[in-house]
Write a protein of this length. Structure first.
Length: 77
């Protein structure tokens, strides 16, 4: 039973990551900000291999930030 729950969470997380990547790609923000967001998504993807539930929480936090218009600051030039 627990295995089925993890498969469902994995499928959900994979779909949400795909949505998040599409959303980040379409944002009207400076390229530096888009790169930072893409890196965050890659970190979450990597984390999902070791901590599926934690990665799901991190992704939901990131999506909430996007919903509320909170983006990372630009990296200094």
């Amino acid at each position: 039973m627990e295995h089925d729950g993890q498969l469902e969470l994995y499928a959900f997380l994979a779909a949400r990551l795909k949505q998040a990547h599409t959303r980040v790609a379409g944002l009207q923000v400076p390229e530096e900000v888009r790169v930072q967001l893409a890196r965050k998504l890659l970190v979450i993807t990597a984390a999902s291999k070791h901590d599926l539930a934690g990665a799901a929480r991190r992704l939901e936090d990131l999506m909430k930030d996007l919903d509320e218009g909170r983006f990372p600051d630009r990296e200094p030039s």
